[in-house]
Write a new protein. Structure first.
Length: 131
């Protein structure tokens, strides 16, 4: 995890702690009752979004349209599970994937998506889905 990603994760964790205790889930739990998307960032400008291979820009647009229709309460219950795909090959592709992950984190922050889980492994998907 890059220093920037680690810093953003820490900031998100601190923001979660600032919420009123009765409104907050334990730090390792997420409320996805308003929806969820699982994103694996690839090293070629594409992502796997719930198993669909699409350009990063297309995902950002989809998420913008989705979140604009949500109320503030729904935004608080929408979860993005985010990781770099295992299939990222060489060092150059890994660097591109990390840059795209950071860009996506910035975009999610602008969209005010409160629950983003960074992971190094797929969330409930088989290894075949990431290829």
């Amino acid at each position: 995890m890059s220093p920037r990603t680690a810093a953003l994760w820490c900031l998100a964790s601190l923001a979660a702690c600032a919420a009123a205790p009765e409104d907050r889930l334990p730090i390792d739990e997420f409320d996805d009752s308003a929806g969820r998307v699982e994103v694996a960032v690839l090293g070629d400008g594409f992502v796997l979004a719930d198993g669909r291979r699409i350009p990063l820009e297309a995902l950002v647009l989809e998420l913008r349209h989705t979140t604009r229709r949500m109320t503030d309460a729904q935004l608080q219950r929408f979860v993005v599970y985010l990781r770099v795909a295992e299939a990222v090959g060489d060092a150059t592709a890994a660097e591109v994937a990390q840059q795209n992950l950071n860009r996506l984190l910035d975009e999610l922050d602008v969209m005010e998506i409160a629950q983003v889980k960074l992971s190094s492994a797929p969330q409930g998907r088989s290894a075949a889905d990431s290829q």
